[in-house]
Write a protein that binds this ligand. Sequence first.
Ligand code: SAM
Length: 932
Amino acid sequence: MTQPYKKKLIEVAIPLEAINAASAREKSIRHGHPSTLHLWWARRPLAACRAVLFAQLVDDPSSNPENFPTPEAQEAERKRLFGIIEELVKWENSTNEEVLERARAEIRKSCGGELPPVYDPFSGGGSIPLEAQRLGLPAYGSDLNPVAVMIGKAMIEIPPKFKDKEPIHPGVKDRQFYRNSEGLAEDVKYYGEWMREKAWERIGHLYPEVDLPQEYGGGKATVIAWIWARTVPSPDPAFADVQVPIASSFLLSSKAGKEAWIEPIVDRKAKTITYRIRKGGTKAELEVAKEGTKAGRGANFRCIMSDTAITPKHITSAGKAGHMGQTLIAIVAEGKGGRAYVAPTDRHDTLAKSGKPAWKPEQRQPNNPRWFSPPAYGMETFGDLFTDRQLLALNTFSDLVHEARAQVEVDARAAGLSSDLTSLCDGGSGAKAYAEAVSVYLTFGVSKATDYHSSITTWHSSREIIRNTFGRQALPMTWDFTEANIFSASTGNWRNCIEWGVKTLDALMPRNTGLEIQHDAQSVTYPERTVISSDPPYYDNIGYADLSDFFFSWMKPALRPVYPEIFGVLATPKAEELVATPYRHGGKDAAEAFFLDGMSRAIANMAAQSSDLFPATIYYAFKQSEVAQDGISSTGWATFLQAVVEAGYAVVGTWPMRTEMANRMIASGTNALANSVVLVCRKKEATAEAITRAEFVRALKRELPPAIAELQVANIAPADMPQSAIGPGMGVFSRYKAVLESDDSPMSVKTALQLINRELDEYLGGIQGEFDADTRFAITWFEQNGNGKGDYGVADNLARARGISVESVKHAGIVESAAGKVRILIRDELDEDWEPESDSHLTVWECLQHLVRLHEKDGISHDTAVLLKKINAQAETVKDLAYCLYDISANKRKDAKEATAYNALIADWAELTKAAAAIHDTSGDRQTRMDI
Ligand SMILES: C[S@@+](CC[C@H](N)C(=O)[O-])C[C@H]1O[C@@H](n2cnc3c(N)ncnc32)[C@H](O)[C@@H]1O
């Protein structure tokens, strides 16, 4: 039967290493990165989204045999497409019109000139729709969460409406041309500054300068942050009327030569505690300062007034009874040559507490201690996470959003924008809609400010900066915290809060219209011919709705007039959120059932309405801790795949994506596996039938080995192999209506994953048959002993079983044998002058170990490439051995360092092969140079 569609590139191959390297690099980019527009949790790297969309839309050359009749011609064309992707994923090219246009042209060619809409029904931070828009496609996104919807609107929906428009603020400079969103960005910056001036008039007096001590040169300085410690009544009855600090650290700066710390001075008689700033100090003093008043992990402290223990119970009951307070322990100021640390003064303490906010968020934090710690200490509402002065500042800026909106409308009219009164949410584009648009980005400034102006922010003594609220996907409890100065020029200042948005807007490239709506993914109505690319929630990883109430609480008062429907609710919707949280669903099993049911429905909805011409791509992220040793069996992953299969999709590919470089991932310990996997799905054939378990295993045995071999040819890193092999394995499983166990019950995805993994193991074991006998001996010996010694007698038996002797393996330069013991030579012991051409007893083992030795030393160097060239005839077998030894080191011997060496070599294999091909002559010495 002929296929009703053309195979797309992503169903055959993608340049994984280039995509992963660009994704990893992107993590370090801050300025102008769209993710800085508004915080959202677990965003996908834009490079990955861009590459996946491209490969999902562009034909694989094998689909066009009239143009590419031979496998060689197809491979050559694939290489050309890879070249386009390799350029496309580079961060520097994300605004490069030439590179983007080349990609767009390719997409147009594969889509018959008519570009299909791309839709992400779990759009979150908007990465996928944003990239769809960049590639010139109509971009659609929806999310259940109002905050995510606003991010999507700000990213893809609003900018195209005002593309290439001049700014409207008074005193616009004479400039010839405003491209894309530059005009909008300039207005956001202008009105952001306008708000700052007004706010300073209203509350500036609460942010006094501080007198600098002589050691900092004297004079006055702007405060960067006030550092507070929470307090509780002393547990000692004799001091029950004294509030004592519970501080996790008194360290202000641990930078070498710039050490500074807080010393509490206790006067038991007067029952007072004051604080002074100390500089320098001995190692012991700094150690003490680093401990603050802690007496153990968690909420265990020491009362510095009475030296009695402050237990978690004491803190909890003090917090719940409203007896938790705060005391100023240090002031950080903008000194002349860096940070200046100043002791607290009464004036600063009093002023901080003098402003009374008119409003604070009343929404309660969820009763879910896994992600929300403050409620246990009586801080129950989101409003409780702020000090009074923080609330006052946030209220002031939030109110000013409304005033700015009114002012923009007046100025926009004066600048000639139509006085059409249609709102932004009704499709308007006149002065009123424009004012509303500007106010969205100003509100994002307030959001950014909430992240830096809560009492969950802390002081980072090694970098001397403030940590924002959401360092993690949770709200932890803080004992000592910072209160940033919103009017300073340092972290968390208002100008910065606005600047992040301005920089993002400046770099956006709105082309087509984009649409972002609020909708439950289970019931979205998709536009015709939709292509799906989506990144659903990962089981129980992140509680989006619960966390986002932190931002929603502030966004709602500022934006309700602009989007009355979205903000006409008390809090973010929770009931339909597809997150498997036991606390919400009354237990683990109920949470899993809810997730599986809802996700199946959402994915079935995609499968029912999306285009038949394109595969769908669905991201699934791994949480490292839930991935068991076999690399696949985790509740979340299996449940998710089960949902995909139950929804009527056949999985035709799985691509592991990572944001860590391949050679770093094991070295860094935890990150041994890809961060996420992209599933490539096609709708299941209506004629699909059921098969038995035995038939399934036979099909796996038939289809998996060639598929794995192909993945090896594509240089998939060994660490990624278990996840990559799931693709072809699930391809077999999901092709059928069901796989029936002996009792006729359908096989679960979890079982299928185990069988696929077993097959991969057998494959890796099987390829050992291709190695020479000495190498096969070395593999078994290494698996049993690593680089340690073992008995000669055992070695002798092993060698005999392979038709060789221990002497032969020794002669091959693989082992050392002495005093009844045998040991594999470590790489440092190998002969540096070894030449494969003159080795009369050449083994695959030696070839690999010498290659790894050079690669470990110099990476993709000339010497490494020369060696690869010299062993060209054995290269593929050497690579096979690297896969085997990775598997043994990582999974059986648990030797992460050794595994990393093989993984890193494969990760660089393509580059090395290229370098080796460029060497024309390896005769003579190692001075042979490459043709570059
Ligand atoms: C993994 S995140 C998407 C992240 C996004 N790809 C990015 O790069 O920023 C998953 C999203 O699914 C949303 N979500 C959860 N349940 C949903 C539902 N029933 N319908 C629509 N969206 C939902 C969450 O609010 C969250 O934004």
